[in-house]
Design a protein around this ligand. Structure first.
Ligand code: NAD
Length: 325
């Protein structure tokens, strides 16, 4: 039986990844600062611990592991990453997790590690035109991410690559593009655009108005978490190291995405665009490399993923409203 450690197992993607590994027959240890808030805690062993602490890291990274998945990061949506208020935490906390885990993987002689980077590491200058963003893997340099979150990801990608080169560790790096789905953060300030928009629509009565940050013309693509996890596992099983994009190529403007969610809800709701942190003007996954190297790419439509996500978030909203009555 293969043994895996999932760092950040209490988080959104980590929780789903644990389930997938369990389904495949792995024994899984999870580690996180906290339990998964939606009860998605299915690891065989779950350790509450801080990966900034080398003592914890040496406890959880044991020699018997076949694979480590490093997804722990101090992160959130635009309201967390682009305000500037959390920059030092983002850089310090996430870099420490990566430095500690990777060094312990080297010490314990573990052969394979996965690292979750982000599309936020791509240069801002290629993402100024909402209709023609460029996010091919080879467009990363000259580096110019628009957030410290992106800079930390870029630094850590390079860190992982050095451990691959200097210590022979089989390093796999994916650049995720806006992953969404059930059992993800949907309120509290760290939620990302899809969850925030689903929540706003679910909370708004017929005939109401939702606020959307920016002019609504900014473009993005969104990938359902199941396909993200599929991509992670395919990358791990391949002989390709990356960095490689794991994202959807179905680009949409934020206002059109909000309209799609409103349509799914079946309600009459109006959009009001307001000032707010938005990030780059345009971003879309480029899946040429993943298709070439893994002979696979995500294929689910945005509408299908959004229907699944809206259903879950509207249930959460209903339960919360019922609890507050
Ligand atoms: P998440 O916030 O739900 O999960 C991250 C987890 O890491 C959290 O549960 C958090 O408690 C944990 N963590 C943070 N600091 C820690 C520490 N010091 N010690 C132990 N655990 C710690 O986020 P997610 O959406 O599941 O993202 C997982 C990874 O994928 C992150 O590295 C993130 O940067 C990356 N990513 C996510 C997206 C996305 O759209 N969700 C996009 C690009 C990249």
């Amino acid at each position: 039986m293969k043994k895996a450690l999932v760092c950040g197992a209490g988080g959104f993607i980590g929780g789903h990844l644990v389930n997938r590994l369990k389904k495949e027959g792995y024994w899984v240890r999870g580690v996180d600062l906290k339990d998964n808030e939606y009860g998605n805690n299915n690891a065989d062993e779950f350790i509450i611990g801080d990966l900034r602490d080398v003592k914890i890291v040496s406890e959880v990274v044991t020699q018997d592991l076949d694979e480590v998945y490093q997804l722990a990061a101090d992160m959130g949506g635009a309201g967390f990453v682009f305000t500037g208020d959390n920059d030092s935490d983002i850089m310090h906390n996430s870099a420490l997790c990566n430095l500690n885990v990777l060094e312990e993987v080297r010490i314990k002689g573990i052969k394979k590690i996965f690292y979750s980077s982000s599309a936020c590491m791509y240069p801002e200058y290629n993402q100024m035109d909402p209709d023609n963003p460029k996010c091919s893997e080879d467009s990363a340099y000259p580096a110019a991410p628009d957030s410290e979150y992106g800079w930390e990801k870029l630094f850590s990608e390079r860190l992982y690559l050095t451990y691959g080169r200097n210590h022979g560790i089989d390093v796999k790096i994916a650049r995720f593009h806006n992953i969404f789905g059930p059992l993800g953060t949907w309120d509290g300030g760290r939620e990302k655009a899809p969850a925030a928009l689903c929540r706003k629509v679910a909370e708004t009565p017929e005939g109401g108005i939702i606020e959307v940050w920016g002019d609504g013309k900014q473009t993005r693509s969104f990938l359902l978490v199941d396909e993200c996890v599929e991509g992670i596992r395919r990358l791990m099983e391949s002989d390709f190291h990356g960095p490689v994009n794991i994202g959807s190529e179905e680009m949409i403007s934020i206002n059109d995405f909000a309209k799609m969610i409103i349509d799914i809800s079946g309600k009459e709701i109006t959009i009001r665009n307001i000032k707010g942190p938005t990030g780059v003007a345009g971003r879309n996954s480029d899946n040429k490399l993943i298709r070439e190297k893994l002979e696979w790419a995500p294929s689910m439509s945005l509408r299908e993923g959004t229907e699944i996500t809206y259903k879950w978030i509207s249930e959460q909203v209903r339960e919360k409203q019922a609890a507050n009555v």
